[in-house]
Design a protein around this ligand. Structure first.
Ligand code: ARG
Ligand code: ZN
Length: 895
């Protein structure tokens, strides 16, 4: 087990002396004493240095081990800190290992554990070694057969990877099933489920004409919430066939939903196991956002079957090889699905932009803070203490941005050719990021050597854009410069290859055809400039008047763009930028400037006043009925507090919150008639359907309601209360509740109580209820503090510290999405944080570590705040028996 200071290095990779060819597993399932018998055919690796058979094991009771059927000789099996070493001289050996484990006591939710009476596994990254002794590394790929035996009454359904071979009944009320996975796989893709579940089933025909059985397994009472997950799975299969020519390779594909799960979902071969949050959704329980999330997570795990499973990672430093690529694929899928549902090319373009905006919002509020703090790491890290800490926004989201840049550089066809080559070379192998980029380069005759720096350099690059207009020659010179701030272990940074999509807007607001110096004709209105050096200039010629530059269109690279634009220019781009992403970004930049200005005023005790120019630009978008409502909702939604705190120097949550409250109140009041008008016009008629056009209207309607409730006039509160009462679906009900919670109206309490009563037995819906209260702003000083409410909510019978979803909603909501309340000046938030992190760590280090990360960015705050946070960090760091997970986070934070 990795201990603090026990650093694992990427450069230290060595293949194991012995790999495994076949694995035969037998599980005798019992809540307290499950017996696992494993038969491993181990084979010497000719490419590796000589050595023993290395097996990892954690929290295991070793019952017996036999070597080629015989008891080991004296000293042949050695216990090590991480497991066992077996000395053998033959090139091939069969090990038979019997272990005993206690699933009911396994609260880590890693390995084999119980949830609501059933048995489930989670093996990525290193959970398999908690089931049996095994060379539990992704570069050990083997063929598996599995026999499961369990109580037939409590566990009528027995599932594992691949194809079902046989089932049968046994004495004493037990039964069994045998499964075989025809494909080579690493142990992290092993899975079993034994529980009382029901399935929605469909049979579909793949592109080559094979019939395959699809199943979504849930508790019987949830069967009315699985249709959407099934549809999403079928859409994902079709999309991967059409876009990448990739077909499902099994006769059966299963999704299982489980309530206790550390992450979102897991791509086990043929047996994906999901957090219920990303499977279950029907109109009464799921919002439009939930429907969207189910669709993208189902797609993500399905797409892993090729990008992750058929071709996997050589070692965990290569995690972005499968995760960055698969997030990229699920993002492309979502954009295509949104576009496909649109009824015009313009609507499709807007729908794509809305998807892109959501992706970039996630990157800015989740990944930018990580890249600016003590956990900053390249998408392919160089070292780690605990691999579970590296399932990060950097590896996933920034990793996806890096793949997207490859697409930008190579084009659709070139990218597809690179993917085809990747599968032709590496199907069935465990490979590296270099192998992937190598295929992209080879298939296109492209030079991606410089581009590889994106894999090795951490930190968010700053891209500076400066324009110079020469009226005499009609030439506009755009100078792009880059720099990346130092990050832990990387004091000096080198220039990256940054694709910068650029357009020039004429005085009438229309895009200008672009002609670079030396070109005969003007061409497209958006061009990708390849910045490869610290600084470089481009000259655009043949221009009649000074243009307004629109830089980094579509967010063509994961950088922070620094460009000097006054209010007038931002308003101009908010009104005219032909690139919808940049039009949205102009609005975000304007809001950021206004909010940070107000926050500075609040900190200095000055009077807060929203600039008029901002109000005009905001209102122009609000009342523009020719724009897609989903897009308008995005442009008028404030940047996240997490992102704003990164932009504020030094970060200070209290004045920031004061600024946000002031802005929402002022804007809500000043534009109440416009908000109300749009609200009334946008009502969606008819029965609920999850469709981007309807979802867009609901989204803008709910946004109008939030601004109105922030203003707080009686008409506004009535409107929200009425929507809450008459809502025909969760999106409207939740939208109304979210508006009421973000106000100091008395109806707030009534609505919260009514919501709780209606969903008192519905764990997933109650997560929303916990989350809303944990993240609510305090609109009046008379209201109870959020900390008091969170503590009270922990006593609610529906809350449990051992259920990750509950922890993420209530504690995660408070620690990560309510800065002003969490960072209260008396430090009580931090003391509570320390108490909860230590309590969680005793049972579930992965969940504890995710909560611990809420304070890693503490050095961005004011010195007074830092001093208070340090106390809490040091207290946790000094705790005896801390997991490596939490130890790494607080150690790096304090280091
Ligand atoms: N591979 C999963 C995914 O699709 C993530 C599972 C990671 N689990 C963990 N405990 N580290 O993204
Ligand atoms: Zn994944």
């Amino acid at each position: 087990m990795p201990t603090p200071g026990n650093l694992i290095l990427r450069e230290a990779y060595q293949p194991l002396a012995y790999g495994v060819e076949t694995v035969d597993l037998d599980f005798n399932l019992d809540p307290q004493a499950t017996v696992v018998t494993s038969r491993l055919k181990c084979v010497r690796n000719p490419d590796a240095a000589a050595g023993p058979v290395v097996l990892f094991g954690e929290a295991l009771e070793l019952v017996s081990i036999a070597i080629d059927g015989a008891a080991p000789a004296e000293g042949q099996v050695r216990k090590t800190e991480s497991g066992l070493e077996v000395n053998v001289s033959a090139d091939e050996v069969v090990l038979t290992i019997v272990t005993r484990i206690n699933p009911s006591a396994n609260l880590t939710l890693s390995g084999l554990y119980q949830s609501r009476g059933g048995f489930y596994t989670q093996c990525e990254a290193e959970g398999f070694r908690r089931i049996t002794y095994f060379p539990d590394r992704p570069d050990v790929m083997a063929r598996y057969t599995v026999r499961l035996e369990a109580d037939a009454a409590t566990c009528p359904v027995l599932l594992s990877n691949g194809n079902l071979l046989e089932t049968g009944t046994l004495p004493n009320g037990r039964h069994f099933a045998r499964w075989e996975d025809p494909f080579l796989k690493p142990s992290y893709l092993f899975a079993l489920v034994a529980a009382e579940l029901s399935a929605l089933e469909r049979t579909v025909t793949t592109m080559s004409g094979r019939d395959v059985l699809l199943q979504v397994w849930v508790e019987a009472r949830d069967l009315d919430r699985v249709e959407h997950a099934m549809d999403s799975l079928i859409h994902s299969m079709r999309w991967d066939e059409e876009v990448f020519g990739l077909e499902l390779d099994l006769d059966r594909f299963m999704i299982v939903a489980v309530s206790d799960f550390n992450m979102g979902a897991m791509e086990n071969k043929g047996l994906n196991i999901f957090n219920t949050k990303y499977v279950l959704a029907n109109p009464d329980t799921g919002t439009d956002l939930d429907f969207e999330n189910v669709e993208s997570v189902v797609a993500h795990e399905y797409f892993h079957n090729w990008t992750g499973n058929r071709v996997t990672c050589r070692d965990w430093f290569q995690l972005t090889l499968k995760e960055g690529l698969t997030v990229f694929r699920d993002q492309q899928f979502t954009a295509d699905m949104m576009a496909r549902a649109s009824d015009s090319p313009a609507a499709a373009a807007s729908a794509r932009a809305v998807t892109r905006i959501a992706n970039v919002r996630g990157l800015r509020s989740g990944q930018f803070p990580e890249d600016a703090g003590p956990m900053a790491h390249p998408i392919r890290p160089d070292s780690y203490q605990e691999i579970n800490n590296f399932y990060t926004a950097t590896v996933y989201q920034k990793g996806a941005e890096v793949i997207r840049m490859i697409l930008t550089l190579l084009g659709r066809e070139g990218f597809r050719n690179g993917m085809d080559l990747y599968f032709s070379y590496h199907d069935g192998q465990a490979v590296t990021c270099d192998d992937f980029v190598g295929c992209m380069a080879e298939a296109n005759g492209a030079d991606l050597d410089l581009f590889m720096r994106w894999y090795s350099q951490a930190g968010t690059p700053r891209l500076k854009a400066e324009g110079a207009w020469d009226a005499a020659t009609g030439t506009y010179t755009l100078t792009l410069s880059q720099s990346t701030p130092p990050t832990p272990g990387q004091p000096e940074k080198l220039p990256l290859h940054i694709p910068v999509a650029v357009g020039l807007i004429g005085p009438d607001g229309a895009d200008l055809p672009l002609r670079l110096e030396g070109e005969a004709n003007a061409g497209d209105t958006t061009r990708v400039l390849n910045l490869k050096e610290a600084s470089r200039s481009w000259r655009f010629t043949g221009l009649a008047a000074e243009p307004v530059p629109s830089v980094l269109r579509g967010y063509s690279a994961p950088v922070i763009l620094e460009i000097d634009e006054d209010d007038e220019r931002l308003a101009f781009r908010m009104a005219h930028d032909a690139d919808p992403f940049n039009r949205w970004d102009a609005a975000q930049r304007f809001m950021e400037r206004v909010v940070l200005g107000l926050a500075a005023d609040a900190a200095a005790g000055r009077k807060l006043e929203v600039p008029q120019a901002f109000g005009h630009a905001f209102r122009a978008l609000l009342v523009n009925e020719s724009l897609d409502p989903a897009f308008v909702a995005e442009t008028l939604a404030l940047p996240s507090e997490a992102y704003l705190l990164e932009r504020m120097q030094p970060a200070d949550p209290a004045p920031l919150r004061a600024a946000l409250i002031h802005l929402m109140r002022e804007v809500g009041q000043a534009m109440q008639a416009d908000f109300l008008g749009r609200y009334l016009d946008l009502e969606v008629e008819g029965e609920y359907r999850y469709h981007p056009a309807d979802a867009g209207k609901r989204s803008l309607r709910n946004l109008c309601l939030r601004y109105l409730a922030a203003w707080g006039g009686p008409t506004a509160i009535d409107l929200a209360a009425k929507q809450f009462e008459h809502a025909g679906n969760m999106t409207e009900r939740y939208g109304a509740l979210a508006a009421l919670v973000q106000s100091d109206a008395p109806q707030r309490t009534e609505a919260l109580a009514a919501f709780h009563d209606r969903y008192r037995d519905d764990a997933l819906v109650l997560d929303k209820w916990f989350m809303l209260q944990a993240t609510a702003w305090r609109w009046s000083d008379a209201a109870p503090t959020t900390l008091d409410q969170v503590r009270a909510l922990m006593a609610n019978p529906a809350f449990s510290l051992s259920n990750p979803n509950k922890v993420y909603s209530l504690l995660g909501g408070y620690f990560k999405s309510n800065a002003a309340e969490f960072h209260r000046p008396d430090g009580a938030g931090y003391a509570f944080w320390a108490e909860q992190v230590v309590a969680l760590d005793r049972n579930n280090p992965q969940v504890a570590s995710r909560m611990a990360r809420a304070l890693e960015g503490w050095r961005k705050f004011t010195p007074e705040i830092q001093a208070r946070i340090r106390v809490a960090l040091e207290q946790v760091a000094a705790t005896e028996g801390l997991s490596p997970d939490v130890a790494e986070i607080v150690g790096k934070a304090l280091g």
